[in-house]
Design a protein around this ligand. Sequence first.
Ligand code: 6GU
Length: 223
Amino acid sequence: MNIHYLTLFPEMYEGVLGTSILGRAKEKGIVSYHAVNFRDYSGNKHNKVDDYPYGGGAGMVLKPEPVFNAMEAMDLKSPRVILMCPQGRPFDQKMAEELSEEEDIVFICGHYEGYDERIRTLVTDEVSIGDYVLTGGELASLTMTDAIVRLIPGVLSREESHQEDSFSTGLLEHPHYTRPREYRGMEVPEVLLNGNHRLIEEWRREESLKRTKERRPDLLSDQ
Ligand code: 6GU
């Protein structure tokens, strides 16, 4: 998979994409990351990428030329082109699973009051990562990248497997314990110590259900 970011702040990407599992996926050759500064594609000598809105009003609008020019320079065959904006469709695990099967993904990240409407003709999806406003799309695109890349076959090891993740099972995860068996008076539940795998599975399923009912009843009504 090749992931492209159209951004005015390519330096925001280096650390995150070079670290831990995202960095390892790149080293293994499973994924490549390309942060492109669309200011380099402004097409004007002052490298201007935004302008005042026609009709007046507050805030600046991202001009179409830098985004069209950068897209054309990338020359991708059939990319998913994702416009990062708080008005977009809410990102979720199902969308991450779907996107993890794509060959090319482009994230368009603005820092503006708005995008010139004509940019939307390049876009396949408009996506938000939640009901709050960020200063720009970069952190949202990194969040999505993390959720997507870990689902590509070969990225996670067996120990890191995602088969039992919250949201792919439809339930929140059960509690986990490791050594020591007793810590500051807090004990590991007896059922986890006795080696009866049927009982352990039953306990985990019940705890998952209990946790989901308490914290995210909306997930149960979705099923
Ligand atoms: Cl994708 N962009 C911005 N600017 N804010 C957001 C968002 C995206 N998703 C949630 N808030």
